[in-house]
Write a protein that binds this ligand. Structure first.
Ligand code: 13P
Length: 285
């Protein structure tokens, strides 16, 4: 059975210190390309869906695409809902069969975040699903650039108490990472990851993967980042491949959509496969 529990997948990655790529797919083509990369690389993989993607395609159609494609794959795969503050959408995805959700209550007070995360964990357990939790909001590169104040982060002790009280399966700390294209390589609070994992061995989710260097990935995975999120690179690969193909189509005046899909799928697959090699997940399945 290729579809496995997120906890099982990430516990193995944490124990053996490799990272499982969590790729934000946007449609059937990107889903297929990432699954093919995982199969070819013999790598476990997390298929990640943003709220926008879920709402654009619809819970039912997206899940049908996922389950039809995932059942043909022989490596461990899991479907995860990325940053979701919306409890109704979390419930809908869990009931449909998502294996994991990130309940993003980082905009709430810590107490309210803790209270609601405990509820989401109880709900997820009824389906055998996992929960990722977050207490400090992970911003976009543009939000970081626009904000004049230094961001306040909770301490290691507060993070550990949250992990203990909520019993989440994976924790997403803000360590100076951000979503989007970094203007320059960020300086990350890698020690925070080590401090959390040495006190409480929980898989850490590394957000804002696009633009980090191979050395940063390897260092952070060694410290316990067992889940590595890649979204912007999927979008860039998808859009840039389309653009390059369409420019050629225009100059040759040849309009073949199936050839376009084939080329884009190939390019997205190569992008995902490269990350699987860097994260050390290739060959683990
Ligand atoms: P990037 O868009 O920077 O790759 O970040 C992905 C992510 O963390 C999704 O939650």
């Amino acid at each position: 059975m290729p579809i496995v529990a997120l906890k099982e997948m990430l516990d193995d990655a944490l124990n053996r210190r490799y990272g499982v790529g969590a790729f934000n797919i946007v449609n059937d083509l990107t889903l297929k390309a990432v699954l093919e990369a995982a199969e070819e690389q013999r790598s476990p993989v997390i298929i990640q869906t943003s709220i926008k993607t879920v709402k654009t395609t619809g819970v039912d159609v997206l899940f049908a695409m996922w389950s039809e494609m995932a059942k043909k794959v022989s490596v461990p795969v899991c479907l995860h809902l990325d940053h979701c503050p919306d409890r109704n959408l979390i419930s809908a995805c869990l009931a449909k069969g998502w294996g994991s959700v990130l309940f993003d209550a980082s905009s709430l007070s810590l107490d309210e975040n803790r209270r609601q995360t405990i509820e989401v964990v109880a709900e997820a357990r009824r389906y055998g699903a996992a929960v990722e939790g977050e207490i400090d909001s992970i911003k976009t590169v543009d939000e970081v650039a626009a904000s004049s104040q230094a961001t306040h982060h909770h301490s290691v002790e507060v993070s550990l108490a949250f992990i203990h009280d909520t019993q989440i399966d994976c924790f997403a700390p803000a360590i100076g990472n951000a979503h989007g294209v970094y203007k320059e390589t960020p300086t990350l609070d890698v020690q925070l990851v080590s401090d959390i994992v040495s006190a409480h061995p929980i898989p850490i989710a590394l957000h804002g993967g696009t633009g980090l260097t191979d050395d940063q990935f390897k260092d952070l995975i060694g410290r316990g980042c067992a889940k590595v999120n890649i979204s912007t690179a999927v979008k860039m690969s998808y859009m840039q491949s389309n653009l390059a193909f369409l420019k050629q189509a225009e100059s040759a005046d040849r309009w073949d959509p199936l050839a376009l899909f084939k080329q884009v799928e190939k390019d997205v697959k190569v992008m995902a496969a490269n990350y699987m090699q860097v994260f050390g997940s290739a060959g683990r399945a």
